[in-house]
Write a new protein. Structure first.
Ligand SMILES: C[S@@+](CC[C@H](N)C(=O)[O-])C[C@H]1O[C@@H](n2cnc3c(N)ncnc32)[C@H](O)[C@@H]1O
Length: 285
């Protein structure tokens, strides 16, 4: 039995109590995370706080409201960067977005609707916004798009709304785009208002059953949804529920993009056809 597994078996009850506390205080259900992964994150937190047992951590959590937020951040593993997986963004820029921008708004009055689900600190939706602005520079007649960007973690969303990043987050961004779409500050880069104005950030737990799409988007019907590098941390049953929900939120013919190592769960396969197996790009049937 591995160290984590034996620990897990011994501490299962406390984990439940801990998850219940988080659910009651923040309406976030950590039960959907893969349990070994969840336990590893919590044990690291115990070490950092020099606490010996999960019950001590539960007391700590109850006495310090900020710790719930810290735990959610830890479980979310919020690493991201601009244009993460460059080939996916090149495919969006050269193939998918141009045809969506030209064709889709003809069918609808309110322009293209995109969703970055699990956007962390905002680099993914801002990357999409930059691609759209670049395409509109080449063809000003294109209709604008609205990008809905959601995450479970309020702290990350605050960072996203501020839109200020260290240079390392921009390492995969073309220099011309850095110059065009960011303001260089002392040691950081601030996203320009033109980019920010296309993105609407809000809090959303993808695992919550009662919602289909971000409230601000009203009814969903997205032409493109990015949900990358989130499913890998979740239990298979939860992955299936989330992909089912996202597939229902897509407009007919809309695209879904997953992270590099993520898969469409078997029960959802009939709803989507594969556009690129390597880049994890799918299209609603
Ligand atoms: C690794 S980041 C991915 C960021 C971006 N999509 C990317 O690929 O670069 C994972 C994000 O998913 C968010 N997340 C995890 N579980 C979530 C849930 N149930 N609902 C919404 N967001 C969630 C985390 O807070 C975190 O910001």
């Amino acid at each position: 039995m591995s160290k984590t597994t034996s620990l897990h078996a011994a501490l299962d009850f406390s984990l439940d109590a801990l998850f219940e506390w988080v659910r009651q205080t923040r309406q976030v259900d950590l039960c959907s995370y893969d349990s070994d992964f969840a336990l590893r994150q919590i044990c690291q937190r115990l070490e950092e706080l020099s606490l010996g047992a999960l019950s001590d951590y539960l007391s700590f959590l109850k006495n310090d409201p900020n710790e719930v937020e810290r735990l959610i951040t830890r479980m979310g593993v919020g690493y991201t960067r601009f244009f993460r997986n460059a080939l996916v963004f090149e495919t969006l820029r050269c193939r998918i977005l141009p045809s969506l921008l030209q064709e889709r708004p003809l069918l609808k009055r309110d322009g293209l609707r995109l969703w970055s689900a699990g956007c962390a600190t905002g680099e993914e939706p801002y990357s999409l916004a930059i691609l759209i602005l670049e395409l509109m520079r080449c063809d000003p007649s294109l209709s604008p798009a609205r990008i809905f960007a959601t995450d479970i973690d309020e702290t990350m969303l605050e960072h996203a709304r501020r839109g200020v990043y260290s240079p390392s987050r921009l390492a995969s961004t073309h220099l011309a785009w850095v110059e065009r779409y960011f303001l260089a500050e002392e040691r950081e880069f601030r996203v320009r208002e033109e980019v920010k104005s296309l993105v609407d950030f809000s809090s959303e737990d993808l695992a919550r059953k009662s919602t289909l799409a971000p409230a601000a988007s009203i009814f969903g019907e997205f032409e493109l949804i990015l949900c990358r590098n989130i499913l890998i941390y979740l239990k298979p049953a939860q992955q299936t529920k989330i992909i089912q929900k996202l597939s229902r939120a897509l407009a007919p013919g809309g695209y879904l993009v997953l992270g590099r190592t993520e898969e469409i769960p078997e029960p959802v396969l009939p709803l989507l056809h594969v556009i690129s197996p390597d880049l994890r790009i799918y299209r609603r049937t």
